[in-house]
Design a protein around this ligand. Structure first.
Ligand code: 5GP
Ligand code: SF4
Ligand code: MG
Length: 467
């Protein structure tokens, strides 16, 4: 998972890119980078860690020019190294080119083997680098044609911003897995993963980049191309962006994220009510759904857990006798809200179930809750995501290993219910071609997974079996 931003034709391009990345920090905390173009050369800065800690005024001064592209990378369990930080830059026969990528390709492994067999030397372990090799090898003349040719060979999820010396090219894969929006400040163009980035720099929201759209922005204006046959494929926008990943103040896929989350909570309340004294969220991700649940059930909403906003990535742990320290550092109970109460706890999702388990224990033992009823505003996550969200393997996903009653016992709640798969679609589809990916809940993978033949076989047999 990542956040991307691009600025074209603004005297403070790098500064605006920096601000956009700041607003998109929730999409990735592992590394941050900006590449600017002064019209002749590209200038690069990349660092491990947070935007605000690493990008300073001196950094911006070393990134001159009227266009810039930026990237924040999500912390994965894989290699967290500077060589895997983006934007990724190449110098090739066509000039200099930077790329910022959000998403995950599902055939990068196969393409990489093919490219390596014919002599390509890779500098990183990123799937993104495959795109750059394909572009460099294209025999087409124009950069946009090279990019379209490269994209015709890749599969999976890709929202991309490219920057050359004199143009910005913005791309969204035909399924539109990851969000990508366009904004303007006067005659300057802004591309960003989410609208919260546009808000911060006072850019006017123009529209979303459409699934399968290639947008060329240069001194001559803008040109939109749709090289892939549209209509033949339905979109597969990631529903998990609405549930957890995107920021609630953003509008993506045509809707406000906050309203969507509240809606999941309301639907959950209709499906799974419970007799209780108070509704509390697990902050921050569970807050809008808990508000929705409370509104629908008329059970009062309270903050029974308070989150510290100063939890860094590393801290010194005390002796092992003080257990579950990580969760305690982040969350503490409000005893006055919980003591002797029947509490409904709302969270957006269960992944491994381990955080939840610690919180339920804390609510009882420290908070004095009489009953703890856990309600989750999405269905059980049973399948890994291959399209850019870092969900663990099936072995680590608690809902892939246990049924709901077994998970309830594992977590130690008095009751546990999830939103149904049908309830996930409580909102009306206004546009018939608009479809969502929900593969992590259903196993229904809409884009082939050639890099993962085993799981692909398993997933397709499951689909045939269940329909
Ligand atoms: P669990 O109790 O399953 O260990 O953790 C569930 C929590 O993890 C939920 O509060 C949810 O907001 C959060 N979560 C869901 N998906 C992701 C993800 O992809 N990355 C991270 N860091 N947290 C996630
Ligand atoms: Fe999003 Fe889940 Fe689909 Fe991945 S599998 S793109 S997380 S809905
Ligand atoms: Mg959470």
């Amino acid at each position: 998972m990542c956040g991307i931003a691009g600025i074209f034709n603004h005297p403070e391009a790098s500064n605006l890119a920096y601000l956009c990345l700041h607003a998109l920090q929730h999409r990735g905390q592992e590394s941050a980078g900006i590449v600017s173009s002064d019209g002749v050369r590209l200038h690069t800065f990349k660092a491990m860690g947070l935007v605000g800690d690493n990008i300073r005024e001196e950094t911006i001064e070393k990134l001159p020019g009227a266009s810039a592209v930026g990237h924040v990378r999500y912390s994965t369990t894989g290699t967290s190294e500077i060589k895997n930080a983006q934007p990724f830059v190449i110098n090739f026969s066509g000039g200099s080119l930077a790329i910022a990528h959000n998403g995950n390709l599902t055939n990068a492994g196969i393409l990489r083997k093919e490219l390596e067999a014919s002599g390509a030397i890779f500098q990183s372990s990123m799937d993104t680098e495959v795109i750059m090799h394909l572009i460099a090898r294209s025999s087409k003349k124009e950069l946009i044609d090279k990019i379209m040719e490269a994209c015709s060979r890749i599969l999976g999820a890709y929202s991309l911003v490219f920057l050359s010396q004199d143009q910005m090219i913005v791309v969204r894969d035909p399924k539109g897995f990851r969000p990508l929006v366009l904004g303007k400040i006067g005659q300057s163009y802004i591309a960003a993963s989410e609208t919260c980035a546009l808000d911060l720099i006072d850019a006017q929201f123009e529209r979303e980049v459409e699934p399968g759209e290639f947008l060329v922005i240069n001194a001559h204006g803008t040109r939109s191309l749709k090289p892939f046959a549209s209509g033949a494929t339905k979109s597969a926008q990631c529903i998990f962006e609405y549930i957890y990943f995107a920021k609630p103040d953003s509008h993506i896929f045509g809707r406000g994220v906050y309203e969507m989350r509240k809606g999941f909570g309301k639907q959950l309340a209709r499906e799974e009510p419970v007799d209780a004294d108070v509704v509390i969220p697990i902050p921050d991700s569970g807050v809008p759904a808990a508000i929705g649940y409370s509104e629908e059930t008329k059970i009062p909403f309270q903050m029974g857990l308070i989150r510290s906003h100063y939890v860094g990535r590393t801290f010194i742990e005390p002796s092992p006798s003080i257990r579950h320290f990580g969760v305690k550092l982040k969350l503490n109970v409000v005893r006055d809200v919980l003591k002797g109460k029947k509490v409904v706890v709302i969270d957006d999702s269960i992944v491994r179930g381990t955080t939840c388990m610690k919180i339920v224990k804390m609510l009882r033992e420290k908070g004095g809750a009489k009953e703890v009823h856990l309600r989750i505003s999405s269905p059980p996550i049973k399948w890994p995501c291959f399209y850019g969200i870092d969900t663990p393997t099936r072995q680590e996903l608690v809902a892939a290993q246990k049924n709901v009653e077994e998970i309830r016992k594992f977590i130690g709640a008095d009751s546990l219910r999830f939103l149904s798969e049908k309830g996930l679609r409580w909102f009306k589809m206004q546009n018939p071609s608009e479809e969502f990916c929900d593969a992590c809940f259903t196993g229904n993978y809409t884009v082939d997974l050639p890099d993962s033949p085993e799981i692909a076989d398993y997933a397709s047999s499951l689909q045939k079996f269940s329909t």
